[in-house]
Write a protein that binds this ligand. Structure first.
Ligand code: ARG
Length: 631
């Protein structure tokens, strides 16, 4: 209801503004939804007169009065009772009865569809999500990615779009050649069977350590040059072998392909266990290797050279030059053209002492040894998604460490002529755990599994403390609380923020936590349980609602707006924040008001409670959190 009123207000305000003689295009941000506890302001408020005042040469109050008058004369939209001006703001006051009935029937009739939207021309959105590298464990960063992605994509779907979730596995690159070498030389078949990821991670780290060992030695000048040389030689031997293995893989050598497939399969098996626990699924798992193995990389490289978008450096590597002014409007399909010409790069090169010095950045697509890079595969991926899916949007949920990279990628994609798709990097901040809260065996990696296990242990303790008998499904309830804990925390902060995740604090039923929201919904169910039946919305007499009831009602009416905000921002934080607020409002509703015992508003409040549980259900479902009928 409020949602529609707001749309109508925007339209009405636009007309009134034009009629009042101001040259100003009203948009969505010009109609703000206010806190209803502020009587003065009304439920909607528009600050647009402040934007108009300067140009019009009139004080904001006068502008506001003129527009408000025009709007009044044109007729206010359904659901709006009055318009007033206060301190330059144009304030709209809603008709409470109409709002109450409409909102409740929207929710109760809408059921699981309340908040959903159907659009006539939905976007096909190709979402690049989770995307771990194989042969390593999922870590806490992947948890954030996977959970955030799931929630954001759920929202986009509920807002009417077609989303294809692609788990873009990192399964290609020389590091897997290194791993093959390390495995054939030092690996252990039994360990690969029993503990594949651990074993592969050991081997991987062993390979990497040779470099840091060498750096160490060079720093400590006590060792002889000959010793350092010997170590260097040893390291180079392994590096060479790794490269060779990767070359064999690229040439589809049988033994190499077999090994690589084994690494890939065991990794996917392990990843799937965690994804299952989280209850997330993907539509496809294409992975970087696909683009290498199926010729998509080659096609991109060929085209880049043919179209004169890319050039070679003196070592034979191929790159697309990116100029500083290319970054403007990156990712925007309607953006001004990026300049694909190489003339400019050639000129800049002439003026400088080499690429490092020139006023452009090279986006490499072929290395001097002929192999492809991460960026090559990403360009190929964009092309593939355009060709195979006719994607309107290609969006990437990837940590903000890669901000710069994605900007470059998007520019490079435009130069390649992949213009007809919106490119969006849905970046998110770093996640860490409080110092010392988790002992990790493997250096710095805190695995997703460790986090989930720990949350489950804590949740179990809480459920047991609450005195559930052993024959109850303690495990199941604990599991759902644990997931609510982790999932809520992963999306509760705006995605750009770095977060510290304190499991012990977040698992609590009190405080700003997922379980707190979950618990509020459970209270709703137990109230409904106490009633024989819940009356129909038609039996509700809104005049029986008091201010506390109305506050809850307005909160419920905001839900579609919140989803709209999430959609705009590609974030789930507004939803998490909203649900927490709803839990607070609902808690104060039943502390202040009687429901089952009420003599004046029992029917009304039962319907209101039912509507509240519905909104909790819908909202939590989008976050991937289960509601609990009992706790
Ligand atoms: N596997 C990569 C990593 O772990 C992330 C891939 C993100 N997606 C992409 N299309 N580049 O850093």
């Amino acid at each position: 209801m409020l949602y529609h009123i707001r749309q109508d207000l925007i339209t009405g305000l636009r007309e009134a503004t034009v009629e009042a003689g101001y040259d100003y295009d009203v948009d969505i941000s010009d109609v703000e939804v206010e806190d209803i506890t502020d009587e003065e302001k009304g439920e909607f408020s528009s600050p647009l007169s402040f934007s108009i005042a300067a140009e019009a040469g009139e004080p904001p109050v006068d502008v506001a009065e003129t527009i408000a008058k025009a709007h009044r004369t044109n007729g206010l939209p359904d659901g709006i009772e009055t318009v007033s001006v206060e301190g330059g703001h144009i304030n709209y006051h809603t008709q409470k009865d109409a709002i109450a009935n409409e909102t409740l029937s929207k929710i109760v009739d809408g059921g699981t569809k309340y908040g959903a939207k159907t659009v006539s021309d939905p976007d096909t959105i190709l979402a690049d999500v989770s995307a771990p590298n194989i042969a390593k464990p999922l870590h806490v960063g992947h948890l954030r990615n996977t959970i955030l992605s799931d929630a954001v994509m759920n929202v986009l779907e509920t807002r009417g779009h077609d989303v294809i979730r692609d788990n873009h596995l990192g399964d290609w690159g020389v590091q897997f050649g290194n791993l093959m070498h390390e495995y054939t030389e030092f690996g252990d078949e039994a360990a690969l069977e029993s503990d594949p990821i651990d074993h592969l991670l050991d081997l991987y780290q062993q390979f990497e350590q040779r470099d840091s060992m060498l750096a160490d030695l060079e720093e400590k000048e006590i060792v002889t040059d000959r010793f350092t040389e010997a170590v260097e030689e040893e390291r180079d031997h392994h590096t060479e072998n790794g490269k060779e293995w990767f070359a064999r893989l690229e040439q589809k050598d049988e033994q190499a392909v077999d090994l690589w497939e084994t690494f890939r399969d065991v990794s996917i098996d392990r990843f799937e266990e965690t994804y299952d626990d989280l209850g997330v699924e993907f539509d496809v798992w294409i992975g970087e290797s696909f683009y290498a193995r199926e010729g998509w990389n080659d096609a991109v490289i060929e085209k880049a050279l043919e179209d004169d978008v890319a050039m070679r450096d003196e070592d034979g590597a191929v790159y697309i030059p990116i100029y500083p002014d290319d970054y403007e409007n990156v990712g925007n399909p309607d953006a001004a053209d990026v300049d694909p010409s190489l003339d400019r790069a050639r000129e800049l090169l002439e003026e400088s002492d080499g690429i490092e010095d020139a006023d452009f950045e090279p986006f490499y697509i072929v290395k001097s040894d002929g192999s492809t890079l991460y960026g090559t595969r990403d360009l190929a991926t964009i092309k593939y998604r355009l060709d195979e899916y006719d994607a309107d949007q290609s969006v990437y949920v990837v940590a903000n460490e890669q901000d710069r990279y994605f900007q470059q990628l998007f520019v490079a994609a435009r130069k390649m002529g992949y213009g007809d798709v919106k490119l969006e990097h849905i970046d998110y901040g770093l996640i860490s755990l409080p110092e010392g809260s988790m002992s990790t065996r493997k250096g710095q990696i805190i695995t997703a599994r460790e986090v989930l296990d720990r949350a489950r242990d804590r949740a179990e303790a809480i459920v047991e403390e609450k005195g559930r008998s052993a024959d109850d499904n303690v495990q199941d309830v604990a599991n759902k609380i644990a997931l609510a804990t982790v999932k809520y925390e992963m999306v509760a902060s705006k995605r750009a923020r770095d977060i510290t995740f304190d499991i012990d604090e977040s698992v609590s039923l009190e405080g700003d936590t997922g379980p707190y929201v979950q618990y509020a919904a459970t209270r709703g169910y137990s109230i409904l349980d106490g009633a024989e039946t819940v009356p129909a919305v038609d039996d509700v007499d809104p005049s029986n609602f008091n201010a506390t009831d109305m506050e809850l009602l307005y909160e419920l009416a905001q839900f579609p707006l919140v989803l709209e905000r999430c959609e705009e921002r590609y974030d789930a934080a507004p939803l998490a924040h909203y649900l927490l607020g709803l839990a607070h409002v609902f808690n104060s509703f039943y502390h202040k008001n009687q429901v089952l015992e009420s003599e004046t508003a029992r029917d009304e409040r039962l319907v209101l409670t039912e509507a509240t549980t519905q909104v909790f259900e819908n909202g939590l479902e989008l976050l991937g959190i289960d509601v609990l009928e009992q706790m």
